[in-house]
Structure formats: C-alpha cells, structure tokens
Design a protein around this ligand. Structure first.
Ligand code: GLN
Length: 445
C-alpha cells in the first residue's frame, strides 16, 4: 500500500532518486514469515522507511545526488544499514538531497529539487530535503538523513517533522559519503518523537569501523518517552531571539516555552556570545574538509569519467562536468583556506572560534539542562528565492551550525504554523543527552 501511495505522490513531490521496491517486498515477506512462525520481531521490522542518497547499502545505487556518482553501486553496507538489517528493516529507496549534502533546499541536487508537501511551491529544506519530503508526504514512515550544519533539523522544521542530530560519535559514519568528517552525523527524520526514539535505538552504538565512534553501551531511548519536565532547567539564549528571526517563529517558540513553564520547567536566560561567529567558522571548516574528502572523485576510482587528452585533462573534465556549482564553490573555498599562507589566517582561526563556541555551550549548560531556540529563522521559502545568493542560503544555518561545531546533540520538532507552513523549535543538550532531549520533546507529543 505504501508503494502505491508513493507512486501516487512521487510525480509531485520527487522525494526519491532510486527505488528498491523488490528488496523492500522481499524484506517485508521475511517479516511476515517470521510473524507466521511465531517469532518475535524487532520494533522497526517491516516498517517501510528510506535512506538519504549518501548512505551505502550493498548492491544499491548511491550517489549523493551528484552526476559524478551516476550509476555508482555501493559495494558494501554502511554500519547503520547493517544495524537496520538486523531489525529486518524495509527500505523503499534512496532519497533526494543537495549534492554532497551542500545546501538547504535540495535545489543543489543534480536531479532536480524535492517539493515541500505542505506547499509544493516551497522548498522542503536541505540537504536531507528528500528524507523530510518523503516522511511528510507519508511515502516513507521514517527516514535517515545526515546533518553537518543543520541538514536534518532544518528540513524537519520546514516539513513539520521531528529530526535529531545525535551527539558526534553516537552513530557510526562508516558508509556515509563524507562531506565534513568532523561535523557529519547520521540521524532520524520521523513523524513523531516515539518514532525518533525507535529509529535512534536501531542505529546508535559503538562501531570499531569509525574511529570517532563513542565507546560504551547505549540506553534504550524509548525509556525516555515520558512527559515530565518538572524541575528541568531550560536555557533560552538571548542571541537566538533577535530581529533576524521571523516574528511568528519567535512567538511560536516563546509560546512553547510558556507551556514548559506551566508544566513545571524553569526558564533560565543564558548567553552564547560567540554563536554569531559560527556561520563564518563553519563555512571555513566544512569546505576545508569537503575539499579533502571530495579529492577522491577523480574519474579513476568511482563513478563518472570524462575522457581527456591526458590524465590532468581527464581529471579536470570529470570534475568540471561531474560536480555542480555549489560543490565546486566549496572545493575552491576549502582549497584556498587550507593553502600555505592562508591556513593560519583562516583555517586555524576557524578552529579557535570552534573551541570558543564549545566553551559558550559548556557555560550555558552549567546553568541549564537543555537549551530551546528556533531551528531556523523562518518557515520554508519559495523555490528560486535564495539559490542565486549563496550568502542568503548560508544564513539558513545560523541557528543550527553552532551545534555541529560543538559536537552536541539537538532535536527539531514542530511548534506551530505561520501562513500554513510549519515552524520548528530546536532543543539542544550537552553530549549524550539524547534521552533528556527526547523526554523534553515528548511533552508535546
Ligand atoms: N546547509 C548547510 C550546508 O550547506 C548544512 C548542510 C548539512 O548539514 N549537510 O553546508
């Protein structure tokens, strides 16, 4: 049934880049057989979901929505895929995204944008925009996305969903096509907080294949699904409630804060004075890492090869034709800030700012258990509004990137509507506070 529904909505929404229906039906059959045999099944067994197009699943296409990986088939499973398979998951296909996860609208996809199911003239957000569009259109019941600077939370906000960027290292990055390795995290996009906890349970945990993976046992996140915020200290960073935030967004988040207070939470003003430098630092660190990570796409090892007179010509042609404009912009920016003479002036400076931002959060968490902010300054914008203005597009990330720079977890959930479009509220916590975030979010479920 969900496949039928998907086929019905896809022509309008375009959330998917590849279908894996045959595999999905076989996986579903396996679950039916288990049920018929009286075996117990895992919570996600047979529940149809889908994966962002930057996650490797053995034998299936994966391309990060880039021409450079057209027709590339993943030769192995990402760890998250292995873990999902252990739960007999069903995946309907690979979801659209901004090319190599660079962008905030899916307009950077080499295969055309996805549409926001709430209003198809608006973007679904990005870069995990296909993941958000699919879950919002119910053509997937859950999806995985990746978040380097906001790419799970911002589309969750624009599509009225729950999106979680886990603590850096909680979910293995093995098998995720890397954008900026020190910032990337995989996480769930779901209809509600309960589903978010269930998907997180399936994908979290230590993995020796990822050297940045956090050791130790993980809790059962569904235990956090209790509506109790009595005594919870909720920090409200003044810097996130300034004039740049659309008034309706500000009001919706403030109303949610009032509800928290009525339910017994304590609202404490906090300050993140260096957060204003986060965008500048992020747009140095992320492109620097991307320029290094994307060096491997040279026409030799993977995907597209455009022949040239000699090796250098072949590299040039392949990379010029294979990468889109935004990816090329980032590679140039990253190469520049890493080059001799500029490294200290830009890259080192950005790393220092990153440390200061971490310090700001540590100070805030000495006064508050979680922080609450808008996820994005506005609601979903219209196609074409920002695509020709990279700086306007980068400002989309102003509320989300500080979290990635600090490596801490954050969840976005719906807290209202403006002109029929969803508004997102961001809950931020210290390292490994996912249970606390889920519990605070569950209050509104
Ligand atoms: N919009 C941000 C960027 O373009 C974030 C992307 C992401 O989180 N993958 O870099």
């Amino acid at each position: 049934q969900i496949i039928q529904h998907k086929e019905k909505v896809e022509p309008e929404i375009h959330a998917y880049l590849h279908d894996t229906h045959e595999r999905a039906l076989a996986a579903a059959q396996k679950v039916d057989d288990k049920i018929a045999a009286g075996e117990t099944i895992a919570p996600l067994a047979g529940v149809p979901g889908a994966l962002k197009d930057n996650l490797c699943s053995d034998g299936e296409p994966v391309g990060a929505a880039s021409k450079i990986l057209e027709h590339f088939i993943a030769p192995y499973n990402a760890t998250v895929v292995e873990k999902l398979q252990a739960q007999d998951y069903v995946s309907l296909g690979k979801l659209n995204m901004d090319e190599f996860a660079m962008g905030s609208s899916t307009e950077n996809s080499a295969y055309g944008p996805s549409k926001n199911p709430w209003n198809t003239e608006c973007v679904p957000g990005g870069s995990s925009g296909g993941s958000a569009a699919a879950v919002a259109a119910r053509s997937a019941l859950w999806a995985l996305g990746s978040d380097t600077g906001g790419s799970i939370r911002q589309p969750a906000s624009y599509c009225g969903l729950v999106g979680l960027k886990p603590t850096y290292g909680l979910v293995s990055r093995y098998g995720l096509l890397a954008f900026a390795s020190s910032l990337d995290q995989i996480g769930p996009l779901t209809q509600d907080v309960t589903d978010c906890a269930i998907v997180l349970n399936a994908i979290a945990g230590h993995d020796p294949k990822d050297s940045t993976s956090i050791a130790g046992e993980r809790p059962d996140y569904t235990n956090a699904l209790q509506s109790d915020v009595k005594g919870l200290r909720i920090g409200v960073p003044a810097e996130y409630f300034t004039d740049g935030i659309k008034p309706e967004v500000k009001k919706a988040v403030e109303d949610a804060l009032k509800t928290y207070e009525e339910l017994g939470a304590e609202i404490v003003p906090v300050s993140l004075p260096r957060a204003k430098y986060a965008i500048s630092a992020y747009y140095i660190v992320a492109p620097a890492e991307a320029s290094s990570n994307l060096a491997r796409y040279d026409g030799v090892g993977f995907g597209l090869r455009v022949p040239g007179e000699n090796l250098i010509e072949m590299y040039k042609k392949t990379r010029s034709e294979g990468f889109g404009a935004e990816v090329q912009r980032r590679i140039m920016l990253g190469t520049y800030v890493l080059s001799a003479g500029y490294y200290d002036a830009y890259y080192m400076k950005a790393l220092k700012v990153r440390t200061l931002i971490k310090e700001d959060f540590a100070n805030a968490f000495s006064k508050a258990d979680i922080l609450v902010t808008p996820t994005v300054p506005d609601t979903a914008f219209r196609f074409g509004d920002k695509i020709n203005d990279p700086l306007a597009m980068y400002m989309e990330d102003v509320c989300t990137v500080p979290v990635n720079l600090a490596g801490i977890p954050a969840l976005s959930m719906n807290c209202g509507f403006a002109d029929g479009m969803p508004i997102g509220m961001q809950l931020i916590g210290p390292n490994l506070s996912e249970e606390r975030l889920l519990q605070a979010a569950y209050t509104f479920e």
